[in-house]
Structures are given as C-alpha cells and as structure tokens.
Write a protein that binds this ligand. Structure first.
Ligand SMILES: Nc1ncnc2c1ncn2[C@@H]1O[C@H](COP(=O)(O)OP(=O)(O)OP(=O)(O)O)[C@@H](O)[C@H]1O
Ligand SMILES: [Mg+2]
Length: 292
C-alpha cells in the first residue's frame, strides 16, 4: 500500500502541554510517528492517553511545546491561520461524533460545497456536480444534498462527514475514532468505505481508535500510546500477534466481542501464543472487559 521512503507526515519528538489552572500537564511527551504516502498509521491507546491530542496538534488545534510536524515536506508546526486554511485542502479531519460535527442549519449540499468554495473558483453547476458525485461515492443518493443532517442516521452522517473531508481531494486524512459512535454492523461498512476510498484516491490515513481490532483491519503500521508516550510501534500484524508490552496485551484483551465464548477462546489463544515472550516495558492499566 505504501510507497517506500516517501513521507506524507513526519512528527518528531512532539511534546504538547496543557495548562490547567496553575498545573501544566504534558498530554504528549516526545512523540515521533510517520505516515508514508498511501499508508495508514493506526494510533491506539486507552481513553485519555493523548490520541486526539496528536491529531489536534497536527491540524494546529493543540499547543505544541516542542518538536516538529512536517507535512509533505513542509514544517507546519507553527503554521499561522492563513496557511492552515490553505493546508486544509490537503490535510483533513474526520471527528468521532457525527452528531455534533455537522452544522444542523445547513443542507448537506451547502456543507459539502463550503470546502470547494474555500479552495477554488468553480461555477454553481460544477459545485453541485462534484457534491452529487461525492455523495454517490460514499454510498448516499445525490438528492441527500437538499436535506439537513437531522434527517440522517449516525452511519449516514458519518458518510457525510467522510464526503465533506474528501471534497477538496486531500492527501492525508486524520480519522479520530470515526466509527466509535456507530453500531457494530455500520462500523464495518464505514471502515470498508474508508479502505475503498483509500485505494481509489491514494489517501494516507492517521487512524485513531481505542479498539485495536478496528485499527488492525485498516492499518499498515500501529503506534500504541500510553500516558502521552508511544510505547510500541510496528507493522500492524506484529503489534497484534506478538505485542511487546503488557500494556498492548491488556489493550488487546480488552476489546469487547459480543460473543463471550469467542472472547474467552480468543483470550486463551492469545495467552498461549504469548508464552515465552519477552518482558514488558510498562505495566498494564487497561481493565479487561469480561463478558458475563
Ligand atoms: N483542552 C485541554 N485542556 C486541558 N487538558 C486537556 C485538553 N485536551 C485534552 N486534555 C488532556 O490531555 C490528555 C489526553 O487527552 P486526549 O483527548 O488526547 O485523549 P484521548 O486518547 O483522545 O482519549 P479518548 O479516547 O477519551 O478520546 C487527557 O489527560 C486530557 O484530559
Ligand atoms: Mg480522543
């Protein structure tokens, strides 16, 4: 999937600090990750580990204390508002909550057209043509353009959010838990859609999730975040099949599966595979979600 050597995103030694009253909190500490052209980097970790902070820092929405963020060869660590607006043509985000991320007072067509207006001078007919074909591409009918977000289900809204992110034909899309709010069956559809679009359009993804199972399906490589630091990073299959840290192991075992028998079998199989594996670099904190 990825082109060797070409980097779409290069994050080096990134430290992000938030100030809470008189306390300073490092949400990320010396984080280094890369995303190649056409590649997907999965970023996993429990709630509060700093995943969204990484995505937000890349698009200029979190306070960078030190380190660099290079996008398509350009240092964008401290890019100003105007440059950010131009960058958004190539660098887009899909947020977790499809209910709050769409403006309820605008039709889907208006929302999708907005991106095109910012980035180019197209005629009204060209704009509506591009909106209609993007809606069809994400599995919705073109007449959805006339309707408001309130008329759509969670899965449909997330398809609309994906369509909006792709309107400007970006090169890198940061997907911040784009399917976590959706039903399991809809999750699979949206994940498949993201994968098809990646192949079709040559997109690079930074895909954030707390569920390692979802990330594995999409990712070439996986970075595991624990308390603001990357504790493990490598090819998706090796992180999944032979995790190096107890933290990753705990994260894997915590993935909820609807079928308790399958879950138990899977956990036992994983434990058997792990016998003899090397010692851990950090202690597990993820609570195993046992199905009764
Ligand atoms: N605007 C902010 N001000 C202060 N602290 C913040 C802010 N945003 C995030 N944090 C803190 O930074 C840490 C990382 O938060 P972040 O949202 O990146 O976690 P996350 O891994 O995305 O969690 P989740 O899985 O729940 O979305 C947390 O301790 C959080 O409380
Ligand atoms: Mg988050």
């Amino acid at each position: 999937m990825s082109a060797v050597g070409e980097l779409m995103l290069d994050v080096r030694d990134l430290t992000v600090r938030y100030t809470r009253g008189r306390k300073v909190v490092s949400a990320l500490q010396d984080v280094s990750v890369t995303v190649g052209v056409g590649e997907t980097l999965g970023v996993v970790g429990e709630s509060g580990s700093g995943k969204s902070t990484l995505g937000r820092a890349i698009v200029g929405l979190a306070p960078v204390h030190s380190g660099t963020i290079t996008f398509a060869g350009e240092d964008i660590t401290h890019a100003g508002e105007r440059r950010r607006r131009d960058l958004s043509k190539n660098l887009q985000v899909i947020f977790q909550d499809p209910y709050s991320s769409l403006n309820p007072t605008r039709t889907i067509g208006q929302t999708l057209a907005e991106t095109l207006r910012v980035h180019g001078k197209l005629s009204a007919a060209e704009v509506s043509g591009r909106v209609a074909s993007m809606l069809e591409r994400v599995g919705l009918s073109a007449d959805a353009a006339q309707r408001y977000p309130g008329r759509f289900s969670g899965g449909q809204r997330q398809r609309i959010a994906i369509a909006r992110a792709l309107m400007a034909q970006p090169r890198l899309v940061i997907c911040d838990e784009p399917v976590s709010a959706l039903d399991l069956s809809v999750q699979a559809q949206v994940v498949n859609l993201l994968r098809d679009l990646q192949t079709e359009l040559g997109l690079s993804y930074l895909f954030i999730a707390h569920d390692l199972d979802i990330v594995r399906h999409l990712s070439d490589r996986i970075a595991v975040v624990y308390r603001g630091r990357i504790v493990e990073q490598g090819p998706a299959d090796s992180v999944y099949d032979s995790p190096e840290t107890d933290y990753t192991r705990a994260l894997l075992d915590a993935v909820p599966i609807p079928d308790p028998v399958r879950q138990r079998e899977r956990r036992e199989a994983r434990r058997a595979r792990r016998q003899g594996s090397q010692s851990a670099r950090c202690a597990p904190t993820v609570t195993e979600m046992e199905t009764p």
